[in-house]
Design a protein around this ligand. Structure first.
Ligand SMILES: Cc1cc2nc3c(=O)[nH]c(=O)nc-3n(C[C@H](O)[C@H](O)[C@H](O)COP(=O)(O)OP(=O)(O)OC[C@H]3O[C@@H](n4cnc5c(N)ncnc54)[C@H](O)[C@@H]3O)c2cc1C
Length: 439
């Protein structure tokens, strides 16, 4: 049946997709007809989780927790299980996700297929490093258990493999120990881009978690002005702390009820938001104790916040550029995008040099920049193409999970293991992104 499943950016719109829902690991997948693509929670922004004219294998039903060893912290769960579900099980038992993206509403299958990164990349690398084993179902009906020891090439192709090597059924994930659900965080103001590099370098010695928010409207000499957030999981002395308001796990209380008109995000609204965000956070300078939920997942508090960009959807552009070219490249990319339409959410973070097992994994040493902007048609497509060009020129890469506009030539340049990866793609699997990259 046709469906209205979209990506988080809601651009491009996929209007002709069918779905095949999986409920049991023993279920088979269609063997003839349209191309197939696994679909987790649709939290990818562009078209890598879409399959126009094809079938989405939806995994919401594959959400069972199968095993948890509270002594070692290894959890086995079906691939449709969300990070939120996993945290509810493991946090009270003293284990947290080894790596988490900025939303807990993603599935384990999606986290593996995009080899997601988090605020601890400089210390921990990517999610894929903590996936001990998983089972892959191919369209010919074969099933492969994959790990660094069993079918290692399939393991490496599937981590970051964009859902194209087959359907992951379940996975074993190594969680990391914590003492309690709290994080000690600190907010440090940054005057400019140079300050970002300085504070990053200093913070990474002692802080496991780092990320920076940048005021996208501060340009010229003030470019890079913003706030640096750093933190560590709290030590045992905070165990058993009574849960007061600031320590409560925050449920998602709000939702954006309908699409806001595209014009609601203009220069003035972005400037107002940036002004308040900057000042409100400055007031909270100095170390403070926070529950992990608002620290890791501030955007999850508002359900369907993607509707604020209006009916035409929006882009998130995320690139990584090597340290050697980062200063000039970031300056150019930020100034170029600010001239067009300011991004209400501009995030900088350094990636460390811990490599991933995944051949197609996006993170690599350097600085990653993420920008959001509303879709304004051709003008936005031109901007994205320009940012893609600047990234390539700087020797960087664009994140496929966020992409709706990179060129096929640049994609091939960003992922040097692409040719090797191609021979592991399931012949029945494809995606809108993949066809766009291979016209
Ligand atoms: C608010 C927000 C913040 C984010 N922050 C970050 C961040 O900090 N770091 C980061 O790396 N990403 C981040 N992301 C992106 C998000 O983490 C990834 O796109 C993630 O992969 C989405 O998972 P999903 O379950 O929604 O999968 P989908 O978006 O539905 O699918 C993603 C890919 O996984 C494949 N897939 C899904 N399930 C399976 C399966 N069972 N077997 C095989 N393949 C499968 C799909 O085919 C597709 O290629 C963020 C997204 C949002 C909305």
């Amino acid at each position: 049946m046709t469906n209205d499943l979209q990506s988080w950016g809601r651009f491009p719109l996929a209007t002709r997709q069918t779905t095949h829902a999986l409920a049991w690991q023993t279920d088979s997948i269609p063997t003839a007809g349209a191309s197939l693509l696994p679909y987790g929670q649709g939290r990818s922004y562009g078209d890598s989780c879409l399959n126009e004219n094809g079938t989405l294998l939806t995994t919401h039903g594959l959400d069972r927790l199968l095993d948890f060893d509270a002594a070692t912290g290894v959890v086995r769960c079906e691939a449709g299980t969300t990070l939120e579900t996993l945290l509810k099980l493991t946090v009270p038992r003293g284990w947290f996700l080894p790596v988490t993206p900025g939303t807990k509403f993603v599935s384990i299958g999606g986290a593996i297929a995009n080899d997601v990164h988090g605020k601890n990349h400089h210390r921990a690398g990517t999610f894929g490093r903590y996936v001990r084993r998983f089972e892959l179902l191919r369209s010919d009906g074969s099933r492969k258990v994959c790990s660094p020891e069993e079918n290692p090439d399939w393991y490496e192709a599937t981590i970051g493999g964009l859902g194209l090597t087959g359907l992951i059924l379940w996975a074993d994930v190594q969680m990391r120990p914590i003492h309690n659900p709290f994080v000690i965080t600190e907010t440090v103001p940054m005057a400019d881009l140079e300050d970002f590099f300085k504070i990053s370098r200093e913070s990474e010695q002692d802080a496991e978690l780092t990320v920076a928010w940048v005021d996208s409207l501060a340009l010229g000499r003030r470019l890079g002005r913003g706030l640096f957030f750093r933190g560590n999981f709290a030590p045992p002395r905070f165990d058993g702390l009574p849960l007061v308001r600031s320590h409560l796990s925050h449920g998602s209380a709000l939702a954006v009820p309908f699409n806001l008109p595209g014009i609601s995000l203009n220069w003035l609204s972005v400037a107002t938001f940036n002004w308040f965000f900057y000042r409100a956070n400055l007031l909270r300078r100095g170390p403070r104790l926070q529950h992990y939920d608002p620290f890791f997942y501030p955007l999850d508090k508002v359900h369907r916040w993607n509707r604020v960009y209006g009916r035409k959807g929006f882009f998130q552009f995320q690139c990584v550029v090597p340290f050697s070219t980062a200063r000039d490249a970031l300056r150019e990319i930020m100034e170029r995008s600010a001239r067009d339409v300011p991004s209400p959410l501009t995030v900088l973070k350094t990636f460390g040099d811990i490599s991933s097992p995944g051949w197609m994994s996006f993170p690599r040493p350097g600085v990653t920049l993420a920008l959001d902007f509303a879709n304004r048609g051709d003008r936005t497509m031109k901007l994205v193409a320009e940012l893609d060009r600047l990234t390539r020129q700087a020797g960087g890469a664009v994140y496929p999970a966020k992409d709706a506009g990179m060129s096929p030539e640049n994609f091939a340049a960003y992922f040097p293991q692409l040719e090797r990866f191609k021979s592991y793609i399931d012949p029945a699997f494809s995606s809108s992104f993949w066809r766009r990259m291979n016209p």
